[in-house]
Ligand binder design. Structure first.
Ligand code: ADP
Length: 267
């Protein structure tokens, strides 16, 4: 009698296990399908993003070209309007180029053109290009490398990373502040530091800001989107550094300043 009861119980349990396994299998299939659909949607979105950016770039470049010629030749009594056209087209082109870069990174299609380069030369070039901007804010930029550091990188892309970090350091510094750039080597990698004494970032935003369209709030609780910042620069930096086999992160304290550091493998 007990035997029979046990056997029935056993059969019941086996049936339940079988049903649960089938359910699990069906759920897994559904999840797989949903995942495939999401991946396809994401690819379509990235392509759309990239197509739109391409479409916008061509007419904007023509407008910019025409505005440049007008500024050079103009006898216009109020050239301010031409400057407005030029500055805004420059800004739009920069945003579109950023979108294109980000689309490439997201689609894993960032192509790198590796050459042997001097990291110190690249940094000096970025500092030179940003000098006027820094002087306007009376900022001091320090860069005193102890030696040359040779790397194998895509020069254009690494310039872009350092330039972006410098632009942020300038943007988020207080007037008359100090920005210091330095290189260190450790084991198989070089580390590039861009440090400022600016507004700093709350810990909960240290990871978030490397995602696309994410910004940390300013002290007044506002973000910079309305000022034309897109919040995509650090996402591009992360993509470029990752494609080179490195990592990027930030150490920062609110109101004390931020240090962005990225690594590059030694050649
Ligand atoms: P954007 O500067 O266009 O907003 P980024 O991706 O370069 O986009 O930066 C994202 C956000 O990270 C900024 O909006 C800002 O909140 C924060 N951030 C970046 N660099 C610094 C810095 N040096 N000091 C303080 N905050 C920074």
């Amino acid at each position: 009698m007990i035997d029979k009861k046990l056997k029935n119980r056993h059969n019941e349990l086996e049936l339940k296990i079988q049903e649960a396994t089938e359910d699990l299998y069906a759920t897994t299939l559904n999840l797989k399908q949903a995942n495939e659909e999401l991946t396809a949607l994401n690819t379509a979105k990235t392509e759309f993003f990239s197509d739109i950016s391409h479409e916008l770039r061509t007419p904007l470049t023509s407008i910019k070209g025409a505005a440049d010629i007008l500024i050079r030749k103009s006898s216009c009594s109020d050239p301010v309007y031409l400057d407005i056209i030029k500055n805004n087209t420059d800004h739009l082109i920069r945003i579109i180029l950023d979108f294109l870069d980000y689309s490439r990174i997201e689609a894993d299609k960032l192509e790198l053109d590796y050459t042997h380069e001097s990291l110190t030369d690249i940094i000096r070039e970025v500092i030179d290009a940003r000098k006027a901007e820094a002087m306007e804010r009376q900022l001091i930029i320090e860069f005193n490398p102890s030696r040359d550091f040779e790397v194998r990188v895509d020069r254009y892309r690494i310039y872009q990373v350092i330039s972006n970090l410098m632009a942020n350091a300038i943007k988020f510094s207080h007037d008359k502040g100090r920005i210091s750039v330095s290189i260190e080597s450790s084991g198989n990698e070089f580390m590039v530091y861009v440090a400022d004494e600016g507004i700093g970032i709350e810990p909960e935003y240290h990871q978030v800001i490397f995602k696309k369209f994410q910004q940390a709030p300013r002290a007044n609780g506002k973000q910079d989107f309305q000022k034309g910042s897109s919040g995509i620069g650090l996402a591009i930096c992360r993509g470029i550094v990752k494609a080179h086999g490195g990592i990027i992160r930030v150490e920062s304290r609110k109101d004390k300043g931020s240090t962005f550091v990225f690594t590059l493998p030694r050649p």
